[in-house]
Design a protein around this ligand. Sequence first.
Ligand code: GAP
Length: 443
Amino acid sequence: MTADVTDLMKKLVSLCKRRGYVFQSGEIYGGLQSSWDYGPLGVELKKNIEASWWNFMVSARRNVVGMDSAIITHPDVWKASGHLKNFHDPMVDCLKCQGRFRQDHIEGDSCPECGGQLTEPRDFGLMFKTQMGALEDDSATVFLRPETCQSIFVNFRNIVTATRQKLPFGIAQIGKAFRNEITARNFVFRSREFEQMEMEFFCLPEEAGKWFEYWLDERMKWYSELGIKSVNLRTRKHEDTELAHYASSCFDIEYSFPFAQEGWGELEGIANRSDFDLKAHMEESGQDLTYLDQINNKKIVPWVIETSGGIGRTLLAVLLDAYREEEVEGRERVVLGLHRSLAPIKAAVLPLSKKLSTSALEIFDLLRPHFPVQFDETGSIGKRYRRMDEAGTPFCITFDFDSLDDKSITIRERDSLDQIRIPVENVVEKLADLMDNGWPAAQ
Ligand code: GAP
């Protein structure tokens, strides 16, 4: 990693801690490596990303339904899916510094940390194992799911029966997944516990190509709607050698993560999983997971197009994309230029002086039932603006001494620094308008 990249990541990690986006897990005990806790602003940003995904993928569509499955999964699921046999990475150890690495993530045959000699690669299983119930023998072994989609396949028949969906249709899920990654690094980009947003779209085999193209386009659209700059997004076709065991073809949607090898890192995979999973679960369970194609009156095993993204990676891309440093009136400021729909705090109410707090609190109370807003009366007004710029808050509402007489307040916009003065009685309506349509000059 170059010094600039390390510097940028250090600054972002530090901002995330300072403003309450992301904390190292177990920090007071020295920290649990590559495990992250989301703070008050982080959890709101995560929820906004989830809500946007759910709306785009489920609520806005007639033919996609949702589900939420258990994390601890029947072991046979992972036998059928191929994970028990195939879900491992090649691991090498350094004989000199004892570092441990994924062989396919390093170039050359010497240690990337100290140049020492490496061992031959060994397979390292990525699933977290645990035991269910009082027994501690093999019969009690269960797994934390390493991907959310298998529960969708396993519930395929339940969902078709319950919803009477007809092909083509999708089943979507957001939830935690766990992988015992050999090297988890780059902040929330690669962690051992993370959240996925997955959708399995079941279709006729002959239509799989068409739906693959459709979903690749749709998913790119979603990332753009989050406000991520298009120059920082691209799609990349997987080489045959990198295809996962279940995929017959796959494209990644990538972001130009500053730390990524060759400049780009995966945000999401769009895969044609064919009939691999349903067939595998039919074979392992002995249950019929076919679908009755009523038009041709025959039973078929549908093909599946999968869209599989990570919340942590989306959140990191959104933050990196929004982070900027600039000079305003001779002073440096750090801004998170988050899209207003994602911003955890939509507006901050700031009395110019503590003497005005009682009146300003009335405005805060007016807004609170409608928007996530914050009240801040501590420090100079300049400092409070800077805090809100760093937190990504699009609007600041200032109550000054004139406000007492003219019953008006000032709204300041984060990016342009433009200000407008409006009557207090219009504040809820005005903020709703700004949230829907953006700042007038930027329209
Ligand atoms: N069901 C297919 C599947 O799980 P994947 O490419 O292994 O495919 C999908 O994972 C997405 O999940 C990735 O694009 C990434 O966003 C996220 N993801 C995977 N492993 C991750 C990790 N260790 N930490 C954070 N996110 C991860």
